[in-house]
Design a protein around this ligand. Structure first.
Ligand code: FES
Length: 107
């Protein structure tokens, strides 16, 4: 369920399941941008939906894409693969990103 920020933007919750890390995602941000703002580094390169470096599995949630043709096949989409660099949340979202790093987490 979304909350609204002071500007009236929807704010969804992004969870990286394996690590248990969470962050808020407002409407205007991609999932990748929201994660990076919280110090969660999802592997990425082009940030425009072509290189597939950020490709990961969505375990739960709904997204929409900021571009018409993200670099995924129909089969990959049906299997739950997404490109978080060009994906916006339409609900709370749970991702599986084993290679993610939390640069703000203390060791
Ligand atoms: S960073 Fe290149 S497709 Fe997402």
């Amino acid at each position: 369920m979304s909350k609204q920020d002071v500007l009236g933007n929807n704010a969804w919750k992004l969870t990286l399941q394996a690590q248990g890390w969470t962050c808020a995602v407002i409407d205007e941000l991609s999932l990748l941008e929201a994660a990076l703002l919280e110090g969660i580094r999802i592997p990425n390169s082009c940030r425009n939906g072509t290189c597939r470096t950020c490709m990961c599995k969505m375990l739960a949630g709904e997204i929409k894409y900021q571009i018409d043709w993200p670099g995924l096949s129909l089969e990959e989409k049906q299997e739950g693969w997404i490109l978080p660099c060009v994906a916006q949340a339409c609900s709370d979202v749970v991702l599986d990103v084993p290679a993610a790093v939390n640069v703000l987490e203390k060791t």
